[in-house]
Design a protein around this ligand. Structure first.
Ligand SMILES: Cc1cc2nc3c(=O)[nH]c(=O)nc-3n(C[C@H](O)[C@H](O)[C@H](O)COP(=O)(O)O)c2cc1C
Length: 169
């Protein structure tokens, strides 16, 4: 496959955001005329950033914030990310999602941000997390919806960088 490179990079503690990133990468590979390079949370998020024309970053929400590793990456790599078409998606159990772009990364202006429902599997959580989720009366389950994720992936190719930048909080 030829054409501009789309970099998909995900951060994750329990794998659900990684899965969503893999769905997006697969959908883009299938439906867009562009090369896609995907790495999940077990790999180096910075690999190949320099060659990418657009970057899609997937981030899970913990305690109303982006996962710390993702915040660190966005802040530390803003020099590279700012010059590219940047898309963000979050995975969380909340209805509205969270926009938690690091304040020390003022040059990051995503073309778009999507909030996807995630997965909360009590069996995978550590004891403290399980107790916290129970105290918050958070119900578990897998709320992810692949068709909706794939629709978003398809729309990225169509709208490109024409979307208005998403305002910061
Ligand atoms: C300790 C803990 C805190 C969480 N905090 C939030 C939260 O503040 N808001 C929310 O919507 N979801 C919250 N979640 C749900 C996660 O965002 C959701 O399970 C997500 O899919 C996890 O992604 P991952 O599997 O890629 O790590 C929390 C989950 C855990 C275990």
């Amino acid at each position: 496959m030829t054409g501009p490179l789309t970099r998909v990079v995900t951060f994750s503690r329990y794998g659900s955001t990684d899965d969503v990133g893999a769905w997006i990468a697969a959908a883009l590979t299938r439906e867009q005329d562009q090369s896609v390079y995907f790495t999940d949370s077990t790999e180096d998020p910075s690999t190949g950033l320099g060659e990418a024309s657009s970057v899609i970053v997937g981030v899970p929400v913990y305690a109303q914030h982006f996962l710390a590793e993702a915040r660190h990456f966005l802040a530390a790599r803003q020099d590279l990310l700012a010059g590219r078409e940047l898309w963000l998606f979050t995975c969380s159990m909340g209805v509205s999602g969270v926009n938690d772009l690091p304040r020390d990364a003022p040059d990051l202006v995503p073309a778009g941000v999507a909030h996807f429902a995630g997965r909360l599997d009590f069996a995978r959580l550590n004891r403290a997390e399980r107790l916290l989720m129970r105290a918050l009366r958070q119900s578990g389950g897998d709320r992810r919806e692949r068709a909706g994720v794939e629709r978003w992936a398809a729309s990225i190719g169509r709208v490109g960088a024409c979307l208005a930048p998403v305002p910061r909080r």
